[in-house]
Design a protein around this ligand. Structure first.
Ligand code: ADP
Ligand code: MG
Length: 262
Protein backbone atom coordinates (compact mmCIF):
# COMPACT_ATOMS: atom_id res chain seq x y z
CA UNK A 1 0.00 0.00 0.00
CA UNK A 2 1.49 3.32 -1.08
CA UNK A 3 0.00 6.70 -0.24
CA UNK A 4 0.27 9.71 -2.47
CA UNK A 5 1.98 12.72 -0.88
CA UNK A 6 1.94 16.36 -2.00
CA UNK A 7 5.37 18.11 -1.93
CA UNK A 8 7.22 15.19 -0.33
CA UNK A 9 10.34 15.81 1.75
CA UNK A 10 11.77 12.46 0.64
CA UNK A 11 10.96 10.88 -2.67
CA UNK A 12 12.30 7.41 -3.43
CA UNK A 13 11.80 6.04 -6.89
CA UNK A 14 12.27 2.39 -7.88
CA UNK A 15 15.23 2.05 -5.52
CA UNK A 16 17.22 -1.18 -5.61
CA UNK A 17 20.32 -1.61 -3.43
CA UNK A 18 22.65 -4.59 -3.65
CA UNK A 19 25.65 -5.82 -1.70
CA UNK A 20 27.97 -8.03 -3.73
CA UNK A 21 25.40 -8.11 -6.48
CA UNK A 22 22.58 -9.52 -4.32
CA UNK A 23 19.78 -7.03 -3.79
CA UNK A 24 18.67 -6.39 -0.20
CA UNK A 25 16.18 -3.69 -1.19
CA UNK A 26 13.97 -4.26 -4.19
CA UNK A 27 12.20 -1.57 -6.23
CA UNK A 28 11.23 0.65 -3.34
CA UNK A 29 8.87 3.48 -4.26
CA UNK A 30 7.70 5.90 -1.63
CA UNK A 31 7.15 9.54 -0.77
CA UNK A 32 7.21 10.98 2.72
CA UNK A 33 5.36 14.04 3.97
CA UNK A 34 7.18 16.73 5.96
CA UNK A 35 6.40 17.59 9.56
CA UNK A 36 5.73 14.00 10.60
CA UNK A 37 7.23 11.51 13.00
CA UNK A 38 7.87 8.54 10.75
CA UNK A 39 8.72 5.02 11.92
CA UNK A 40 10.52 2.38 9.87
CA UNK A 41 9.47 -1.13 10.87
CA UNK A 42 10.71 -4.51 9.72
CA UNK A 43 12.44 -7.65 10.99
CA UNK A 44 16.23 -8.01 11.30
CA UNK A 45 17.88 -7.92 7.91
CA UNK A 46 14.84 -6.29 6.27
CA UNK A 47 16.98 -3.52 4.79
CA UNK A 48 16.00 -0.73 7.22
CA UNK A 49 19.56 0.52 7.75
CA UNK A 50 20.28 0.13 4.05
CA UNK A 51 17.28 2.31 3.21
CA UNK A 52 18.51 5.08 5.52
CA UNK A 53 22.05 4.77 4.15
CA UNK A 54 20.70 5.02 0.60
CA UNK A 55 18.83 8.20 1.57
CA UNK A 56 22.09 9.58 3.04
CA UNK A 57 24.09 8.59 -0.04
CA UNK A 58 26.23 6.18 2.00
CA UNK A 59 25.45 3.26 -0.32
CA UNK A 60 24.93 3.65 -4.03
CA UNK A 61 21.79 2.17 -5.51
CA UNK A 62 22.03 -0.34 -8.33
CA UNK A 63 18.80 1.20 -9.61
CA UNK A 64 16.46 4.08 -8.94
CA UNK A 65 17.06 7.33 -7.09
CA UNK A 66 16.37 9.36 -3.95
CA UNK A 67 15.38 13.01 -3.93
CA UNK A 68 15.34 15.18 -0.81
CA UNK A 69 13.43 18.46 -0.59
CA UNK A 70 13.01 18.02 -4.35
CA UNK A 71 16.79 18.46 -4.71
CA UNK A 72 19.87 16.28 -4.88
CA UNK A 73 21.56 15.22 -1.65
CA UNK A 74 24.62 17.47 -2.19
CA UNK A 75 22.44 20.57 -2.22
CA UNK A 76 20.68 19.80 1.05
CA UNK A 77 23.15 17.77 3.12
CA UNK A 78 23.48 20.47 5.80
CA UNK A 79 19.72 20.30 6.43
CA UNK A 80 19.88 16.60 7.30
CA UNK A 81 21.02 14.94 10.49
CA UNK A 82 21.84 11.24 10.63
CA UNK A 83 22.23 9.04 13.70
CA UNK A 84 23.90 5.80 12.58
CA UNK A 85 23.05 2.45 14.12
CA UNK A 86 25.11 1.80 17.24
CA UNK A 87 27.08 -1.16 15.88
CA UNK A 88 28.49 0.89 13.01
CA UNK A 89 30.20 3.42 15.29
CA UNK A 90 33.67 3.08 16.84
CA UNK A 91 32.97 4.15 20.40
CA UNK A 92 36.64 4.07 21.41
CA UNK A 93 37.58 7.34 19.78
CA UNK A 94 39.04 9.77 22.31
CA UNK A 95 36.55 12.60 22.78
CA UNK A 96 34.56 14.01 25.65
CA UNK A 97 30.77 13.90 25.64
CA UNK A 98 30.67 17.69 25.12
CA UNK A 99 33.08 17.42 22.13
CA UNK A 100 30.85 14.82 20.51
CA UNK A 101 27.77 17.02 20.83
CA UNK A 102 29.73 20.09 19.63
CA UNK A 103 30.47 18.19 16.42
CA UNK A 104 26.77 18.60 15.70
CA UNK A 105 27.23 22.39 15.50
CA UNK A 106 30.16 22.29 13.02
CA UNK A 107 28.00 22.27 9.88
CA UNK A 108 26.49 25.65 10.72
CA UNK A 109 29.82 27.17 11.83
CA UNK A 110 31.54 27.23 8.49
CA UNK A 111 35.16 26.56 7.68
CA UNK A 112 37.96 27.49 10.17
CA UNK A 113 35.63 28.71 12.89
CA UNK A 114 35.92 26.99 16.22
CA UNK A 115 32.90 26.44 18.45
CA UNK A 116 32.59 29.23 21.03
CA UNK A 117 30.37 30.03 23.98
CA UNK A 118 27.16 30.03 21.97
CA UNK A 119 27.83 26.58 20.54
CA UNK A 120 28.81 25.22 23.95
CA UNK A 121 25.58 26.52 25.45
CA UNK A 122 23.59 24.89 22.67
CA UNK A 123 25.45 21.61 23.16
CA UNK A 124 24.74 21.67 26.91
CA UNK A 125 21.07 22.40 26.24
CA UNK A 126 20.89 19.39 23.94
CA UNK A 127 22.61 17.20 26.53
CA UNK A 128 20.06 18.35 29.06
CA UNK A 129 17.23 17.37 26.72
CA UNK A 130 18.45 13.77 26.75
CA UNK A 131 19.28 13.83 30.47
CA UNK A 132 23.06 13.62 29.96
CA UNK A 133 24.25 17.10 31.02
CA UNK A 134 25.92 15.63 34.10
CA UNK A 135 28.29 13.69 31.83
CA UNK A 136 29.66 16.53 29.66
CA UNK A 137 33.28 16.07 30.67
CA UNK A 138 33.34 12.27 30.57
CA UNK A 139 34.98 10.33 27.75
CA UNK A 140 32.41 8.88 25.36
CA UNK A 141 34.15 5.49 25.58
CA UNK A 142 33.45 5.28 29.33
CA UNK A 143 29.65 5.44 29.00
CA UNK A 144 27.16 2.60 28.81
CA UNK A 145 25.61 1.78 25.42
CA UNK A 146 22.34 3.55 26.26
CA UNK A 147 24.19 6.65 27.48
CA UNK A 148 26.27 6.74 24.29
CA UNK A 149 23.06 6.57 22.27
CA UNK A 150 21.66 9.52 24.20
CA UNK A 151 24.80 11.55 23.48
CA UNK A 152 24.43 10.76 19.79
CA UNK A 153 20.82 11.92 19.88
CA UNK A 154 22.02 15.15 21.56
CA UNK A 155 24.61 15.64 18.82
CA UNK A 156 21.87 15.23 16.25
CA UNK A 157 19.62 17.76 18.01
CA UNK A 158 22.54 20.25 18.08
CA UNK A 159 22.61 20.13 14.28
CA UNK A 160 19.30 21.95 14.14
CA UNK A 161 18.39 20.19 10.88
CA UNK A 162 15.11 20.04 8.98
CA UNK A 163 15.21 16.28 8.47
CA UNK A 164 16.44 13.76 11.02
CA UNK A 165 17.22 10.15 10.16
CA UNK A 166 17.81 8.00 13.23
CA UNK A 167 18.73 4.32 13.02
CA UNK A 168 17.57 2.49 16.18
CA UNK A 169 18.52 5.42 18.43
CA UNK A 170 16.86 3.86 21.47
CA UNK A 171 18.76 0.58 21.61
CA UNK A 172 19.75 0.12 25.26
CA UNK A 173 17.95 3.30 26.36
CA UNK A 174 15.54 2.94 29.29
CA UNK A 175 11.81 3.32 28.67
CA UNK A 176 11.37 6.56 30.65
CA UNK A 177 14.14 8.29 28.67
CA UNK A 178 12.83 6.89 25.40
CA UNK A 179 9.35 8.26 26.07
CA UNK A 180 10.74 11.66 27.09
CA UNK A 181 12.84 11.91 23.92
CA UNK A 182 9.87 10.89 21.79
CA UNK A 183 7.90 13.76 23.33
CA UNK A 184 10.73 16.03 22.23
CA UNK A 185 10.75 14.60 18.69
CA UNK A 186 6.99 15.08 18.56
CA UNK A 187 7.44 18.75 19.47
CA UNK A 188 10.05 19.12 16.74
CA UNK A 189 7.60 17.78 14.16
CA UNK A 190 5.00 20.24 15.41
CA UNK A 191 7.54 22.95 14.52
CA UNK A 192 7.74 21.58 10.97
CA UNK A 193 10.74 19.27 11.24
CA UNK A 194 10.58 15.74 9.89
CA UNK A 195 11.91 12.85 11.95
CA UNK A 196 12.42 9.34 10.57
CA UNK A 197 13.29 6.65 13.11
CA UNK A 198 14.07 2.96 12.70
CA UNK A 199 12.39 1.40 15.72
CA UNK A 200 12.70 -2.16 16.94
CA UNK A 201 9.60 -2.44 19.12
CA UNK A 202 6.27 -2.50 17.27
CA UNK A 203 4.30 -2.28 20.47
CA UNK A 204 5.70 1.11 21.49
CA UNK A 205 6.00 2.20 17.84
CA UNK A 206 2.22 2.32 17.37
CA UNK A 207 2.11 4.82 20.20
CA UNK A 208 4.89 7.05 18.94
CA UNK A 209 4.62 7.47 15.16
CA UNK A 210 2.20 9.24 12.78
CA UNK A 211 3.36 7.47 9.68
CA UNK A 212 4.99 4.10 9.01
CA UNK A 213 7.28 2.57 6.44
CA UNK A 214 6.97 -1.23 6.64
CA UNK A 215 9.83 -3.04 5.04
CA UNK A 216 10.89 -6.59 4.36
CA UNK A 217 13.37 -6.38 1.47
CA UNK A 218 10.39 -5.12 -0.52
CA UNK A 219 8.26 -2.21 0.61
CA UNK A 220 5.18 -3.63 2.32
CA UNK A 221 3.54 -0.29 3.07
CA UNK A 222 4.14 3.41 3.56
CA UNK A 223 1.36 5.53 4.94
CA UNK A 224 -0.42 7.12 7.89
CA UNK A 225 -0.81 4.94 10.94
CA UNK A 226 -4.57 4.65 10.60
CA UNK A 227 -4.27 2.97 7.22
CA UNK A 228 -1.14 0.82 7.53
CA UNK A 229 -1.16 -0.57 11.06
CA UNK A 230 -3.34 -3.53 10.23
CA UNK A 231 -2.92 -7.17 11.11
CA UNK A 232 -2.54 -8.10 7.46
CA UNK A 233 0.28 -5.64 6.73
CA UNK A 234 2.09 -6.43 9.98
CA UNK A 235 1.89 -10.12 9.11
CA UNK A 236 3.32 -9.38 5.66
CA UNK A 237 6.15 -7.41 7.25
CA UNK A 238 7.10 -9.79 10.02
CA UNK A 239 6.09 -13.07 8.41
CA UNK A 240 5.61 -15.96 10.81
CA UNK A 241 6.72 -14.20 13.99
CA UNK A 242 3.15 -14.07 15.21
CA UNK A 243 3.67 -14.01 18.97
CA UNK A 244 5.22 -10.60 18.44
CA UNK A 245 2.02 -9.40 16.85
CA UNK A 246 -0.52 -10.60 19.38
CA UNK A 247 -0.14 -7.56 21.57
CA UNK A 248 -0.36 -5.23 18.58
CA UNK A 249 -3.51 -6.91 17.29
CA UNK A 250 -5.01 -6.38 20.69
CA UNK A 251 -4.07 -2.73 20.56
CA UNK A 252 -5.65 -2.35 17.14
CA UNK A 253 -8.84 -3.95 18.39
CA UNK A 254 -9.01 -1.66 21.36
CA UNK A 255 -8.06 1.33 19.18
CA UNK A 256 -6.23 2.80 22.12
CA UNK A 257 -3.03 3.73 20.36
CA UNK A 258 -1.64 7.23 20.05
CA UNK A 259 -1.71 8.74 23.54
CA UNK A 260 0.92 11.33 22.50
CA UNK A 261 -1.46 13.10 20.16
CA UNK A 262 -4.05 13.73 22.83
N1 ADP B 1 28.02 -3.90 3.97
C1 ADP B 1 27.31 -5.01 3.72
N2 ADP B 1 27.82 -6.01 2.92
C2 ADP B 1 27.09 -7.10 2.65
N3 ADP B 1 25.84 -7.34 3.12
C3 ADP B 1 25.30 -6.40 3.92
C4 ADP B 1 25.99 -5.20 4.27
N4 ADP B 1 25.20 -4.45 5.06
C5 ADP B 1 24.07 -5.15 5.22
N5 ADP B 1 24.11 -6.33 4.54
C6 ADP B 1 23.03 -7.32 4.46
O1 ADP B 1 21.89 -6.69 3.88
C7 ADP B 1 20.70 -7.10 4.51
C8 ADP B 1 19.96 -5.89 5.06
O2 ADP B 1 20.76 -5.30 6.10
P1 ADP B 1 20.30 -4.04 6.93
O3 ADP B 1 19.94 -2.96 6.00
O4 ADP B 1 21.37 -3.77 7.92
O5 ADP B 1 18.97 -4.59 7.65
P2 ADP B 1 18.22 -4.09 8.97
O6 ADP B 1 18.76 -2.74 9.32
O7 ADP B 1 16.78 -4.08 8.60
O8 ADP B 1 18.49 -5.12 10.03
C9 ADP B 1 21.11 -8.11 5.60
O9 ADP B 1 20.96 -9.39 5.07
C10 ADP B 1 22.56 -7.78 5.83
O10 ADP B 1 23.26 -8.92 6.24
MG1 MG C 1 19.69 -2.00 10.97
Amino acid sequence: MINHVESPIIEIHDLTVSYDQSPVLWNVDLSLPSGKLIGILGPNGAGKSTLIKAIMGLVSPSGGYVKLFDKSLEEVRSRISYVPQRESVDWNFPASVLDVVLMGTYGKLGLFKRPGKKEKELAMECLEKVGMHGFAKRQISELSGGQQQRVFIARSLAQNADLYLMDEPFAGVDMATETAIFELLKQMTAEGKTVVVVHHDIYSAVNYFDWFIMLNLHLVASGPKETVITEELLRKTYGGKLNLLTKVSELIRQKEFNPLKN
